[in-house]
Design a protein around this ligand. Structure first.
Ligand code: C2E
Ligand code: MG
Ligand code: MG
Length: 525
């Protein structure tokens, strides 16, 4: 093991064992023996030796002292094992557990340890975390494959590494996410300046790929410095917000009080949505109903159900705020079911008041539609609540067809077979598949308020809206114009053969009782 022949070591002929021990360990070993001998304790120590060939070896020594009758030490005996291989493996494991194998950067676990250690030490240095979120790289995987995207990640890591200094350490904390731990900066402006440099570096790589990213910043303080879980969540929020900021491809955003308030509000709305969805005794959800005027008969034959939340804590909430959160948090299915139940209750109220041919239109999100058993559950509710399927309209936005046209069309076909009508909402605002797909299982197209607004701008002369109405009729669908607020708009739609109108000109969305009253006052029988 030592590379020396036994004779060389016997009686210290050529060399003493102490000299074989690498110098930096000698004193520790001496002290350890001194400690265990009076206690008659066993000795166990790991250290390094230098062999006759000059090679360093890691060894483990286990031994004990031999005592005579007078309790004096006569000799030390024991064994010394070569554990270099084991040590190498251990070092390797340590490296793997502290590094991201792809980029070679320290990983999240290591950063957590560094932060925990620094949180313990007293220092006046300012400290901040900067999260570089390049999650749009994910899109490259879909287009060009995994290896291509991974190479871009590597390029980003190598370029960011160039910005490392003693005071700025880089970590690869998650897939497509890096964190700079910055210490000893002057002020916010200093951080922003650094982030601008990072933006420049990132742009040089990402703009060729036609993708962007976001940079989120958190300054560490007494309150947040210990909670790595919360810190990474907030960093992610800030970096995602940065991605959607201004028109920059790579934005920069601080996690500050305002953003924190936004996150807290989102959490509260999420809790409200969950309570509405699952607590039978809680009644935070209610629906308003907006009348839709049938221009052919000049009567109200439809209402659109519009969800509202009356929260004990947050007051009145509008769907523009809570529906996207319900979708994001997978609560839209149970929440949407509650909406359907309330809409059916209103249908029954209409029938009790003698309006049994009036329809109620219900907004359905894509995730509801493709959710397991949507149709089965809908049919069950129809049976249970004894509503007439002919009085139900499902409103969906046309973007739903972009995801899985055949599956969605099949589901809508089943609804239609049962007598339910289908309307496409907000037509004209996004990707349009209507004119290309002749076999859509749809009855009505609702053209977006955008068109009604455009009429005002162009003094009722916009030729496109006229064409749109003609085209929809040619395809065999009815047309409802949304967002009608003025008489001039109504005149235009009447003149151009639009079938129905919805908007403040006819009525704002109404509570159920007011909606029934509205029917009575407008002689709709
Ligand atoms: P939408 O389905 O296009 O509903 C029409 C929106 O325009 C409603 O806003 C309505 O109050 C508003 N509106 C109607 N007429 C006028 C007008 O003349 N002028 C103006 N300025 N606005 C008018 P609301 O109630 O805030 O709903 C917004 C959106 O939220 C709805 O747009 C719909 O997409 C969604 N939504 C509402 N309830 C539900 C629901 O229960 N489930 C789902 N998935 N989405 C819903
Ligand atoms: Mg709608
Ligand atoms: Mg609409």
């Amino acid at each position: 093991m030592t590379g020396y022949a036994p004779e060389s070591l016997l009686y210290n002929r050529d060399i003493t064992f102490n000299e074989v021990i690498s110098p930096e360990y000698r004193e520790f070993l001496w002290n350890e023996w001194k400690r265990v001998i009076p206690r008659k304790a066993p000795f166990k120590y790991e250290y390094e030796i230098t062999t006759a060939q000059g090679e360093r070896k890691r060894v483990l020594e286990m031994g004990q002292a031999i005592y005579n009758e007078k309790d004096e030490v006569e000799a030390l005996e024991g064994i010394i094992l070569d554990i270099s291989e084991r040590k190498k493996m251990e070092d390797n494991l340590k490296f793997i557990s502290e590094h991201d194998t792809w980029t070679g950067l320290y990983n999240r676990r290591y950063l957590e340890n560094v932060l925990a250690r620094d949180a313990e030490t007293v220092s006046t240095e300012k400290r901040a975390l900067i999260c570089i979120n390049v999650s749009p790289i994910q899109a490259l995987t879909l287009t060009y494959g995994f290896n291509y995207a991974q190479d871009v990640v590597k390029k980003v890591a190598d370029a960011l590494r160039m910005h490392c200094t003693d005071k700025r350490q880089l970590y690869s904390t998650f897939q497509n996410q890096f964190i700079f731990y910055v210490k000893g900066y002057e002020d916010k402006e200093d951080l922003i300046q650094f982030c601008r440099e990072l933006v420049g570096t990132l742009e040089s790589i990402l703009s060729i790929e036609r993708i962007g990213g976001g940079i989120g910043i958190i300054e560490l303080n007494e309150d947040n410095k210990c909670d790595m879980g919360q810190l990474s969540k907030n960093l992610l929020v800030a970096s995602e917000k940065a991605m959607n900021l201004y028109n920059a491809d790579i934005g920069i955003c601080f996690f500050d009080d305002e953003l924190e308030a936004e996150v807290i509000r989102e959490e509260e709305i999420k809790a409200e949505l969950a309570r509405i969805s699952f607590d039978e005794n809680y009644d935070g959800l209610y629906l308003k109903f907006q009348p839709i005027l049938d221009l052919r008969t000049n009567k109200i034959r439809d209402f659109e159900a519009l969800a509202r939340i009356n929260s004990e804590k947050l007051g009145l909430l509008m769907p523009g705020e809570f529906i996207p959160l319900a979708e994001k948090n997978k609560l839209i299915i149970p929440f949407g079911r509650k909406v359907i139940i309330k809409a059916f209750e209103f249908l029954n109220k209409l029938r009790e008041n003698g309006y049994d041919s009036v329809r109620v239109s219900i907004n359905i999100s894509i995730n509801q539609l493709v959710g397991e058993d949507f149709i089965k559950d809908l049919f069950n509710l129809i049976d249970e609540m004894k509503v007439n399927p002919e009085n139900i309209v499902l409103e969906i936005t046309e973007s739903v067809f972009a995801s899985d046209y055949f599956e969605i069309n099949r589901i809508l076909g089943m609804a239609q077979k049962a007598g339910i009508k289908v309307a496409i909402d907000d037509f004209g605002t996004g990707y349009s598949s209507i004119s290309r797909e002749l076999e859509l299982n749809v009855d009505t197209i609702k053209i977006d308020k955008y068109f009604s607004d455009k009429l005002l701008d162009t003094n009722n002369t916009d030729p496109i809206i006229k064409e749109v109405i003609t085209m929809i009729h040619k395809l065999g669908y009815d047309v409802i114009a949304e967002g009608v607020e003025y008489d001039e708009q109504k005149e235009f739609y009447v003149y151009n053969g639009c079938d129905k109108l919805q908007g403040y000109l006819i009525s704002k969305p109404l509570d159920p009782e007011a909606a029934i009253e509205f029917m009575k006052n407008n002689c709709n029988n």
